[in-house]
Design a protein around this ligand. Structure first.
Ligand SMILES: [Zn+2]
Length: 132
């Protein structure tokens, strides 16, 4: 999930372009397998870096909080985040663009997925039908 944005840094402030994300699978140590769906996000050059915004649909695998059966859950992840050019002075919590102008989307996407994961997922087959 690494994208080279060198071309954008040759452009003036406010320049924007679209970035195509292709289908792929990614394995996170804490979320597990994530199926990233083909999508397009917007990139805009700011005075500090690159602003990214757009929606990336993902599929994740969870276990039902009642019967523990696997659930395939589709989520639309709405990204809205500024990636800062790493000048050596930015704080550790920021998403950064490295000195080779690479934007790494994996950690950002991970945090957004975690925010969107339901706390107690319930499978639709059995558990949603049984009124506890
Ligand atoms: Zn269940």
């Amino acid at each position: 999930m690494i994208y080279n944005l060198s071309e954008m840094f040759k452009q003036s402030l406010g320049f924007s372009k679209q970035l195509e994300i292709n289908n792929f699978k990614y394995n996170y140590y804490d979320i597990g397998n994530v199926k990233v769906q083909k999508s397009v996000i917007d990139l805009t050059k700011t005075d500090k870096g690159i602003w990214i915004s757009g929606t990336i649909p993902v599929g994740i695998e969870l276990n039902c909080s009642r019967c523990l059966e696997q659930i395939d859950l589709d989520l639309d992840i709405n990204l809205n985040e500024e990636f800062l050019v790493d000048d050596g002075f930015i704080n550790e919590d920021s998403f950064t663009i490295d000195k080779d102008n690479h934007l790494r989307l994996d950690e950002c996407l991970r945090e957004y997925i975690i925010i969107n994961i339901p706390l107690k997922p319930i499978c639709s087959k059995k558990c949603k039908l049984m009124n506890y």
